[in-house]
Design a protein around this ligand. Structure first.
Ligand code: ATP
Ligand code: MG
Length: 501
């Protein structure tokens, strides 16, 4: 405008003679006017071009502002669901597109994620149109004047009667194709400014990034949710297991308690049986001593008197010898039934006495290191076990040496009996061989008393027996002790029998 005003002013000044024209030109010459008109035209052209680029710059500024507004919306969006809609809205609002669609899916197939009105979303059939494939291969937007449904049936169905479409590939930055955005400008004029195409591509690239990230986040969240679900299941399962374990533990505890009760009863019963057997042995010993032995002694004395009175009858001496032999056998029997030395002198001396009288060929030694003598019951049990082990050594081992050791150990009494005989292979089974009850009985007796009994043997390497019994308080014995049953003890004492004999 100011150019034109300036031009008119200059022309007016020349006409009025205010401004002098060229000296060579006379008044009324048109040359200066033409020169000025030329200059004016140049100035006008320059000004128009400047105005146009200024408008374009302003326009671009607006587009860029829209782009950053869309990025801000994408950033605050609620997830992948919203992003395609935001993209389409912004594209249409910024560039004036009439129709548009966003085709993509996390699984790689194309689905309509967002569409403007007048786009029949349900029209999209599975598959890929060549046009989409082309933009994917080129990785660049493509302008299409109209869609030929015969070539691109899916896009044709989405955009019936389309005009001037821009197809932009949706790529994860530097990665794989996610889908495509198709927008329609409509109208009759074809083509789009390069700036618009590149700006649309920018919008789409930002949205692609946001979409990809949102899908990743959703995927992670889904995985996290699955993990959380599994964790919940695991915790519930754990809880269930813990309850079950607690129940089973309780059941087990009750069962163990029950077994312990049964075992305790069994032990008490066995103890009772053993004690009863011992008492019975003692009673029988007393009876044998009080009656048959006394009578035999009397008989022997009478025979001696008769032999003195009838020296001519040597048969009386034979009869006396026979009676003496019977008395000796009875003495052995009495000792086996209940060795009085066990009560009178203790376990060590009783074992020495047993070995002395047991016709064992091997050399033997008894090392008694006990500080205190065990209770009567413990003594009897250990004596019976030793009796069986030493009898086994005599019967089976063919040993050169047998050693017996007695020690105080771990609050109880430990007894070890070892021979260097032929040895054998002990059976792993706890069930005794029929007719061979000695070892089983040893174990039973030890366990009955709350102790243990082990037997180690190898063919050619001898046999070692170890027994441990807890030290028991002296129980209220039903069997008479030496003090309280002096008569009985004396009666069954081998010394007493010797004296009588
Ligand atoms: N000290 C040993 N040396 C070698 N073999 C042995 C010894 N002690 C036991 N045995 C072997 O173990 C077997 C079982 O012994 P166990 O005392 O149970 O029965 P037994 O002595 O045969 O019969 P019993 O029932 O009269 O004791 C014996 O037959 C013998 O073969
Ligand atoms: Mg035996």
């Amino acid at each position: 405008m100011w150019h034109t005003t300036l031009f008119l002013l200059v022309v007016g000044s020349i006409d009025a003679g205010i401004v002098e024209g060229s000296a060579t030109h006379g008044p009324g010459s048109a040359a200066p006017t033409l020169a000025i008109a030329g200059l004016w035209l140049v100035a006008l052209g320059t000004a128009t071009a400047a105005a146009a680029s200024e408008r374009q710059l302003r326009r671009q500024k607006v587009d860029l502002a829209s782009l950053s507004a869309m990025v801000a919306r994408l950033d605050t969006s609620d997830g992948a669901e919203e992003i395609p809609g935001i993209l389409l809205e912004e594209l249409c609002a910024t560039f004036g597109f009439e129709r548009g669609v966003v085709l993509a899916s996390p699984e790689g197939d194309l689905r309509v994620l967002a569409a403007t009105d007048h786009v029949p979303r349900e029209a999209l059939a599975p598959g890929l149109d060549p046009l989409i494939e082309r933009v994917w291969t080129d990785r660049a937007p493509r302008l299409v004047r109209e869609i030929d449904p015969a070539i691109d049936p899916r896009l044709g169905a989405l955009f019936p009667g389309s005009r001037n479409l821009l197809v932009v590939p949706l790529f994860h930055e530097g990665g794989h194709a996610l889908g495509a955005v198709v927008v329609e400008r409509g109208g009759t004029t074809s083509g789009l400014r390069r700036w618009v195409v590149s700006m649309v591509a920018q919008f789409v690239a930002h949205a692609a990034l946001a979409l990809h990230n949102a899908w990743l986040t959703e995927d992670r969240e889904a995985q996290l949710e699955t993990i959380r679900g599994l964790e919940r299941q695991l915790r519930a399962h754990n809880l269930e297991l813990e309850v079950k374990v607690a129940e089973r533990t309780e059941e087990l505890r009750e069962t163990i308690q029950h077994l312990q009760d049964v075992d305790e009863q069994r032990r008490r019963l066995l103890a009772h049986v053993v004690q009863a057997a011992e008492e019975e042995r003692r009673r029988i010993a007393n009876d044998i001593h009080d009656d048959p032995v006394q009578k035999m002694v009397v008989l022997k004395m009478r025979l001696e008197l008769l032999a003195k009175a009838n020296p001519d009858l040597p048969e009386l001496d034979d009869a006396r010898d026979a009676v003496l032999g019977t008395i000796r056998s009875m003495r052995h029997m009495l000792f086996d039934l209940r060795p009085p030395i066990l009560d009178e002198e203790g376990l060590g001396p009783a074992l020495r006495y047993f070995l002395d009288n047991s016709e064992i060929d091997a050399a033997w030694a008894v090392e008694d290191e006990l500080d205190t003598e065990p209770s009567t019951q413990t003594r009897v049990i250990l004596y019976r076990i030793a009796q069986e082990a030493l009898t086994n050594a005599r019967k089976h081992a063919h040993a050169d040496e047998i050693s017996v050791k007695l020690q105080d150990r771990d609050g109880g009494v430990w007894m070890g009996i070892a021979d260097d005989g032929v040895g054998y292979t002990p059976e792993g089974s706890v069930v005794a061989e029929p007719g061979h009850l000695g070892i089983a009985a040893m174990r039973e007796r030890a366990e009955m008393a709350g102790g243990w009994c082990t037997l180690r043997s190898l063919p050619g390497a001898g046999t070692t027996l170890e027994v441990w019994l807890p030290m028991e308080e002296e129980a209220d014995q039903h069997m008479p002790t030496v003090d309280e049953g002096e008569d009985v003890a004396m009666a069954v004492s081998p010394m007493r029998i010797d004296r009588i004999a």
